[in-house]
Design a protein around this ligand. Structure first.
Ligand code: AMP
Ligand code: MG
Length: 346
């Protein structure tokens, strides 16, 4: 009896140990990854929204904060309207002297110039003076005169930018030039936010700034893909979402004249300007680009808005990893898709 009870104790401990080990490993295996949602945070004249999937709550929150920090940092550096931004500082004095900028701003400017070359100036980061002219025209409710368009146009042109890589400096060849990163900075901020989430150990995420998005990895519970709604540019239609796009990983950016525009005499003028004519881009109501990088998607969506459906499709078809969904202006709203776009439509 004595001998039995003595050997019973270690056996009981061993059994409890094995059972608790089995229990905890089963529970752990079943433990769902944690989903965190940043809510909508005002930035870049719009809202940022981040969803992160991580192993547990603290990690997910750390990813969200890392992403939002990157987005705010890029906004502070690149805002056209904030007089303290690096871009505003550059815009004030880059004609007099070359202005050194930090690595992030320089990287975006280099990318922007790359897209100007690729799109033969349809994308042009020096479009600032024309954007300003159209904004003032909106305030005054009169279209700009030919003379005003010509004057502002003479201060526009990516080929009038002097970049010095070794110094990371920018100079303007013409007085009164202004850089406007509004067509590319959102995408760049999204890419940097995704990088920050990956570095912070996120298992999956979606970063959305004003409807431009990038996503990767593990999706929310019950969802096989990341889903992105493409808004109907015909705001009078009952169908608000025209397509739902499904992605495992990648970026989607939309440029649309229904989102932001200048109103003159009751007519909408797009906020996207064709630097060759000085006029606002007219032909398309919505351009959506799907590709790997959000920076590329953002710049290409703006560029194709200027290029039009035919030239735009031709450019996008050249890249096997880039697709476009293009919708012509009202009242036709004719839809053109590149050859591989369909596989992203749910
Ligand atoms: P997005 O909404 O990305 O198409 O960007 C539109 C913004 O880009 C405008 O509000 C301007 O700040 C700027 N922009 C306008 N026209 C152009 C252009 N042709 N190339 C590059 N940026 C432009
Ligand atoms: Mg853009």
């Amino acid at each position: 009896m004595k001998r039995n009870s003595k050997s019973f104790i270690p056996i009981a401990f061993a059994v409890i140990f094995v059972l608790s080990f089995l229990y905890f490993s089963l529970v752990n295996e079943r433990a769902e990854p944690y989903e965190a949602d940043s809510g909508y945070r005002p930035v870049m004249g719009t809202f940022a929204h981040v969803i992160v999937i991580a192993v547990e709550e603290k990690a997910a929150q750390a990813c969200i904060e890392a992403a939002i920090e990157q987005i705010n940092k890029i906004d502070e550096l690149m805002s056209y309207h904030n007089p303290d931004s690096e871009i505003s500082r550059l815009n004030r004095s880059a004609f007099e002297n070359p202005v050194k900028v930090g690595p992030l701003t320089y990287q975006v400017i280099k990318k922007a110039v790359e897209f100007s070359r690729l799109t033969d100036g349809a994308f042009d980061v020096t479009v600032g003076p024309l954007v300003d002219l159209w904004r003032r025209a909106g305030d005054a409710n009169t279209v700009p005169t030919q003379q005003q368009l010509q004057e502002a146009g003479s201060r526009v042109g990516w080929d009038k930018l002097i970049l010095e890589d070794s110094e990371q400096s920018v100079q303007f060849a013409v007085d009164g030039m202004r850089l406007d990163l509004g067509g590319i900075a959102k995408g760049f901020a999204i890419d940097k936010a995704i990088e920050a989430i990956e570095e912070a150990g996120g298992l999956g995420a979606l970063v959305d700034i004003g409807g431009d998005i990038r996503c990767f990895g593990k999706t929310p519970k019950g969802q096989k893909y990341w889903l992105v709604g493409l808004q109907n540019p015909d705001l009078e239609s009952e169908e608000q979402i025209l397509f739902t796009l499904k992605l495992s990983a990648g970026a989607v950016a939309t440029s649309g004249d229904y989102q932001r525009f200048v109103l003159i005499g009751g007519r909408h003028y797009s906020h996207i300007i064709n630097q060759k004519t000085g006029n606002s881009a007219e032909a398309l109501s919505s351009v959506t680009i799907i590709t790997d990088s959000a920076t590329d998607a953002d710049a290409l969506a703006t560029a194709v808005s200027v290029m039009g459906a035919a030239k735009g499709t031709e450019l996008i078809e050249k890249s096997s990893s880039t697709e476009a969904i293009i919708i012509s202006a009202a009242p036709e709203y004719k839809i053109t898709k590149t050859s591989g776009a369909e596989k992203f439509i749910k």
